[in-house]
Design a protein around this ligand. Structure first.
Ligand code: PHB
Length: 400
């Protein structure tokens, strides 16, 4: 064999020996699954929220046959209950043992706060599919933490403004569970309400998972407010709304809240007790746009029930991950590239155009919904006003 140019034999050897290795590792890389570790509640007060988020996510993944850019997607699930301690344990296991590419969850703000350091320090992407903890997209913002849901400020601040200005309500009693989300939501409501001439007659913070609201309802009635504004969700929301009606307050003092109060299975369980309640949120299953209608139809076909807001947030989380992976060609090793891809995600969500702020939180409309008897035994949330358009949580960015 003669060479026109003196070949570098060692390079050739490396090339010949190296080629199958490169091909093997490429093939190995192509087949390497992308792992999602779901840190969600499948028990306790927020169990139905965790199940809905999981279903929404699985619907989005099933649209691409659990495959993106040649890589299969696998979903690992663990029950975080509503415990910061359990949530953190699961998070560490997912990061260290399972080496997940994305953490998905959690539902509760105090659980999210507990997970934050482990995700940030290990540079593991965490896509928050519900928990609205404001610090995570403000002072504790992280390049690796994104949210597809809302900040606790987002629905409540404009609701405070709307109630004072549009409903002419000036004297209210407020109530929420005593933990990060309850406190932050009430602060946001007060910010909008007090600046528009409102007055808070009483603030009460029962424990998360409270079963007897009677003493709190007695206090409310004694103060004789024009309206009551609350945040409750999951099993707490079912119990509160039922007990509010049983105490005879429903027809005396109008009840308002953030929309979690009357969402999905919670609304079905409340039934007539919920009719007339007005709430603020970034979506309603009755929303009249083609993307939302398709989502409701597909979800119903797959799971036999109407999706909730939590299902929607799981669905959008799936789309966000899929689109970012498509943009990187399935590469999850270059963290900065994947971060930019996640930041650049844009799609038509059932709630409207999906786009993140510089703090990794959705910029979105907030709607006022009212629970109505739609006939034929159907009780649903109908949108009656737009409280805020393209509302951005006041965070300043995630370049730590
Ligand atoms: C939260 O803890 O951030 C939280 C929980 C349930 C909701 C909304 C927010 O429905």
């Amino acid at each position: 064999m003669s060479w026109a140019v003196n070949p570098n034999r060692s390079t050739l050897a490396i090339f010949v020996v190296g080629l199958p290795m490169v091909l093997m590792s490429w093939a190995g890389y192509a087949a390497e699954p992308v792992k999602l570790g779901l840190v969600l509640p499948y028990s306790a007060v927020y169990a139905s929220l965790g199940n809905d988020i999981t279903n929404g996510l699985e619907l989005a993944l099933s649209e691409v046959n659990y495959q993106v850019a040649g890589r299969p997607i696998v979903v690992l699930k663990q029950d975080s209950q509503v415990s910061p301690k359990v949530g953190l344990q699961i998070t560490k296991k997912f990061i260290q043992q399972d080496k997940v590419d994305f953490l998905v969850g959690p539902v509760a703000s105090h659980v999210a706060n507990a997970m934050r350091k482990a995700a940030h320090d290990s540079k593991t992407f965490m896509i928050i599919a519900n928990a609205g903890s404001v610090v995570l997209t403000r002072e504790l913002c992280s390049p690796y933490i994104f949210r597809t849901s809302f900040s606790n400020w987002q629905p409540n601040y404009p609701m405070g403004i709307w109630m004072a200005r549009e409903e002419g309500i000036k004297r209210v009693a407020i109530l929420a569970p005593n933990y990060a989300a309850g406190r932050q939501m009430m602060e946001a409501f007060k910010e909008g309400f007090l600046a528009n001439g409102g007055e808070i007659l009483s603030e009460q913070y029962p424990a998360l998972g409270e079963s007897d609201f009677q003493p709190y309802l007695t206090n409310i009635a004694q103060g004789n407010p024009e309206a009551v504004f609350v945040f409750f969700s999951g099993a707490d929301a079912v119990k509160f709304v039922r007990q509010y009606a049983q105490a005879g307050l429903k027809d005396q003092i109008p009840l308002y809240g953030s929309g979690f109060l009357v969402e999905g299975k919670v609304l079905s369980a409340q039934g007539q007790a919920a009719v007339g309640i007005k709430t603020a949120l970034h979506w309603a299953d009755t929303m009249d746009n083609p993307v939302s209608k398709k989502f409701v139809r597909d979800y119903k076909a797959k799971f036999g029930e109407i999706p909730s807001l939590f299902s929607l947030q799981g669905y959008d989380t799936g789309h966000m991950i899929i689109q970012a992976l498509e943009a990187t060609g399935g590469d999850t090793s270059d963290k900065m590239r994947l971060r930019r891809a996640l930041e650049d995600v844009r799609f038509e969500s059932p709630r409207g155009p999906f786009k993140l702020s510089r703090s990794h939180n959705p910029i979105q409309n907030i709607y006022i919904r009212e629970v109505v008897n739609a006939g034929y035994g159907v009780i649903e949330n109908q949108i009656i006003a737009v409280a805020a358009e393209a509302l951005e949580d006041p965070g300043t960015g995630c370049d730590l």
